[in-house]
Design a protein around this ligand. Structure first.
Ligand SMILES: Cc1cc2nc3c(=O)[nH]c(=O)nc-3n(C[C@H](O)[C@H](O)[C@H](O)COP(=O)(O)O)c2cc1C
Length: 182
């Protein structure tokens, strides 16, 4: 059984990125794959600070989230974009986890996504992550941006055929790498 972890870079209870990640997980649709959808709200961490780290060490929740990554066979992430960058909750978790292990993404195959209500579909945060994550041992197999979430995503799925085909193809690529290593 292949273990996939999936999470959104958001702390919104109505996160559109969580909806996208859940949809991508549903496309995997393979009895050899088990997908665990995580919620960053369940990994509460104090605001990162060097003084705090020196005083109290690393939060158990940061170690736990990193362990989920390390024990997985692949990662599905969809990043929310705030002011052209990571959300505060994601950046904070990333900073803490990078102190647990600088090889934060543990060379696990990753499907990296982003969505937003606007026309750019989180392209800015996606570009930041595509540049940065590989420096932390991310193995990005494919990336996917869903613009205009409210128009293109309805009733739990992508309703634009071209965008849906693109995601289905990228999920297949992701699965193939996990199954066959390339
Ligand atoms: C503080 C703030 C900044 C935002 N900045 C951007 C932005 O730079 N680009 C963008 O496309 N959307 C931006 N948005 C809109 C978010 O994309 C939208 O709230 C989206 O639902 C966030 O994803 P989530 O629902 O998964 O949390 C911003 C929203 C907030 C609250």
């Amino acid at each position: 059984m292949k273990k996939i972890i999936a999470f959104a870079g958001s702390n919104s209870k109505q996160s559109i990125n969580k909806s996208l990640v859940e949809y991508a997980a549903s496309i995997i649709n393979d009895s050899d794959f088990e997908v665990l959808v995580l919620d960053l709200n369940n990994f509460e961490m104090p605001l990162y600070g060097m003084d705090l780290e020196l005083r109290d060490g690393l939060p158990e929740t940061a170690k736990s989230l990193f362990n989920h990554i390390q024990n997985s066979d692949g990662i599905l992430i969809s990043l929310a974009e705030h002011n052209g960058a990571y959300t505060a909750i994601f950046k904070n978790a990333f900073d803490w986890m990078s102190r647990v292990n600088a090889k934060t993404f543990a060379n696990k195959p990753m499907l990296l996504m982003a969505t937003s209500p606007g026309g750019r579909g989180g392209e800015s945060v996606l570009a930041i992550a595509k540049d940065r994550f590989p420096r932390h041992d991310a193995r990005i197999i494919a990336d996917f941006s869903l613009p205009m979430f409210g128009t293109h995503f309805q009733d739990g799925k992508i309703v634009d055929e071209t965008l849906n085909t693109e995601l289905v193809h990228k999920v297949e690529q992701f699965k193939n790498v996990i199954n066959h290593g390339s």
